[in-house]
Design a protein around this ligand. Structure first.
Ligand SMILES: [Zn+2]
Length: 88
């Protein structure tokens, strides 16, 4: 697949969830020494990525952390909103 030009988004809107993307200095405590982290609650999520990483690396990090966010969302829907879950 050809990779299209990609800008690191500040927000990603998923139905029912707003994901904020923050580019932080490496020493920021939210990164906890990693290149990227994620935070999730049932109304919003935050993806933190290391500002100094290359755009290519940041792109990977955003998608990787978004995967974690989506799993959290899926489990939240399954566990806390059972009435909307028919069958998996
Ligand atoms: Zn991971």
């Amino acid at each position: 697949m050809k990779v299209k030009p990609f800008r690191i988004p500040r927000v990603i809107v998923i139905p029912g969830l707003l994901v904020t993307v923050r580019q932080l200095p490496a020493a920021h405590p939210a990164l906890d020494g990693a290149d990227a982290t994620w935070e999730y609650d049932d109304e919003k999520a935050v993806i933190n990525i290391r500002r100094a990483a290359s755009v290519r690396r940041k792109r990977y990090l955003v998608y990787h952390e978004l995967g974690h966010v989506l799993w959290d969302l899926l489990h939240d829907v399954r566990d806390n909103h059972k009435q909307v879950v028919d069958k998996p």
